[in-house]
Design a protein around this ligand. Structure first.
Ligand code: SAM
Length: 463
């Protein structure tokens, strides 16, 4: 039997009056089962689980938690494991993001909301996904690489650096670091770290982050502010502060009574709250605001000079451009021995970002010249724009796929020598270099499955 959760006394004193008669059902839900949900990558997956999450077109509940690590399609970026409540951001994106836009996800690791947004944006939209903590920025880059959208740049910067891109972004999402009250059921650490003092520190930090990034949102642009906590200091009070101090109006998000979202706890504030006793998901808060002013106030940041890049543009043999489907829409360029492709219409934006920010990854890395060899990159293997026709392909069974993801060397009898794309259920996992007696495994060392505890039978979450 599950043990009753030991909630901090101060949390009870502060939260019970907010939830009033709902308090007992809230406590019961905290001791209940944790729902498991995933979001499908519509560019990669056709097989869908049965139970839909109503507010997200690609969100699904699973009956139980499988060992995702041992499902090769998880590593292929066919789906992302995400709490259902967070997927509500989709409603705001669908309602307020029109046409081609520049979007900043400021606090983005590990990438739940960035992968959601990337899948919803138009082809010529730019997503800058930022994470201030370097190790977490690498995880973010890995998750977005797996997701496979080309117009994405991952940066590792303090919000203040992004704020210097005056008026650059149409949409900014601040999914703020918070006191995590909505994660108590999932993460015991959130309970032990919680204190009234920490709530106050979080609220102050959130205001600093918001003020620092605010100049980067263009006048008339949309801010989405979210947390996974319940208290009003980090939520409604901050939203009121944004409206009054930074200058914005609150916007409604279309919702449906059946979804059982809760409204703001504070009068005169428009917000959407998720509670585990009302929906199958964890605690979540979202508010959407439009920055005051019109585009007329906007001063575009200076364009970066392209001299270095022009020099590097021509040296990719045309055959390598065929690695990309829709190559006419891409700019090809080099960085050292590496070769990249980035959506041509967004290339000036990329140059501007490069002159201001610390870039962790960008667009599609095609590969690297090593002597006469051009070694194709993992980013290419998992890209939605990979042109599979130019590569030899080898379909792996589950055991071989797991061995590949553990970075073991493989033997692939009957396969041609050279670079071969390994697939599982027809989805690319990555490249090997087949030298005959064995195939060298090119899977990124830092992504490999480390667990030795391999299940006896195949794990297939989506068919
Ligand atoms: N949006 C992510 C997702 O959906 O997967 C979750 C983001 S998590 C709630 C908040 C993030 O903010 C963490 O990755 C954390 O490292 C980052 N963070 C912590 N302090 C920060 C700061 N001072 N400025 C910006 N981001 C910060």
């Amino acid at each position: 039997m599950k043990q009753q959760m030991n909630l901090p006394a101060d949390f009870i004193t502060r939260t019970q009056p907010l939830l009033k008669e709902e308090w007992d059902s809230f406590l019961t839900a905290l001791d209940g089962d944790i729902p498991v949900s995933i979001r499908i990558n519509r560019n990669k997956s056709a097989n869908l689980p049965a139970t839909k999450i109503p507010w997200c077109d690609t969100g699904y509940y699973l009956d139980k938690r499988p060992r995702f690590t041992f499902d090769p399609l998880f590593h292929a970026g066919c789906y992302y494991v995400q709490d259902a409540s967070s997927m509500f951001v989709e409603r705001a994106i669908r309602q307020y993001v029109k046409g081609n836009v520049r979007v900043l996800d400021l606090c983005a690791a590990p990438g739940g909301k960035s992968t959601l947004i990337a899948g919803l944006l138009g082809k010529d939209s730019l997503l800058v996904s930022n994470e201030v903590i370097r190790s977490r920025a690498n995880i973010l880059a890995a998750n977005l690489t797996k997701w496979g959208d080309p117009g994405v740049v991952i940066t590792n910067n303090d919000p203040v650096n992004l704020g210097k891109l005056t008026g650059f972004f149409d949409i900014v999402l601040v999914d703020a670091p918070c006191s995590g009250e909505g994660m108590f059921r999932k993460d015991e650490g959130a309970i032990s770290e919680w204190s009234v003092h920490n709530v106050k520190l979080c609220k102050e930090r959130q205001r600093r982050i918001l003020a620092d990034v605010w100049p980067a949102l263009k006048p008339g642009g949309v801010l989405m502010y979210s947390t996974c906590t319940y208290n009003t200091e980090e939520n409604e009070e901050n939203v009121q502060w944004i409206r009054n101090e930074l200058g914005a109006e609150m916007l409604p998000v279309d919702t449906n009574a059946e979804w059982m979202t809760s409204p703001s706890f504070v009068e005169d504030t428009v917000a959407y709250r998720f509670f585990p006793h009302k929906i199958k998901g964890e605690g979540f808060f979202l508010s959407v605001l439009r920055k005051n002013g019109s585009e007329a106030d906007f001063t575009a940041p200076k364009k970066a000079r392209d001299s270095k890049n022009k020099k590097n543009k021509a040296d990719l043999p045309p055959a390598y451009k065929d690695y990309i489907s829709g190559k006419e829409d891409f700019t090809f360029y080099s960085k050292g021995e590496f070769r990249f492709a980035f959506p041509a219409r967004l290339h000036d934006d990329l140059l501007l970002l490069k002159s201001h920010l610390n870039i962790v990854s960008e667009g599609i890395c095609l590969g690297e010249f090593k002597g006469k060899d051009f070694v194709p990159n993992q980013s290419l293997a998992l890209s939605n724009n990979l042109n599979r026709n130019v590569f030899e392909t080898c379909e792996a069974d589950w055991k071989t796929a797991v061995a590949y993801l553990r970075k073991e060397s493989l033997v692939l009898p009957g396969q041609p020598k050279g670079y071969v794309l390994l697939t599982y259920k027809n989805m690319p996992l990555g490249f090997v270099k087949n030298i005959g007696a064995r195939a060298n495994n090119l899977y990124p060392q830092e992504w490999r499955i480390r667990s030795e505890n391999i299940p006896g039978e195949a794990v297939n979450v989506i068919g």
